[in-house]
Design a protein. Structure first.
Length: 82
């Protein structure tokens, strides 16, 4: 399942928009990318820039540890408008 993971929408001084999207496993493997990867897409000054980001089991563990340490983080972000 593809997911939108992150967007950058700072309206004050930005000249770009970014998002990070999970690459489907089959597409990644068929094109020689790491199985667990994402693509960062940035629209900057009318041009689209991309970057492949590898995601490992260690990254997943780090996220799990963070969420265990801060179980209400999503609610806190909603309070401040993220």
């Amino acid at each position: 399942m593809e997911r939108m993971l992150e967007t950058s929408e700072n309206k004050l001084t930005k000249n770009f928009d970014s998002c990070v999207v999970q690459v489907p496993r089959e597409f990644a493997l068929a094109n020689g990318f790491p199985e667990g990867c994402f693509v960062s897409l940035t629209l900057r000054n009318g041009k689209l820039e991309s970057e492949i980001i590898e995601y490992s089991d260690a990254d997943e563990r780090e996220v799990d540890e963070f969420l265990n340490d801060y179980p209400n983080v999503n609610e806190e972000f909603k309070k401040v408008g993220d």
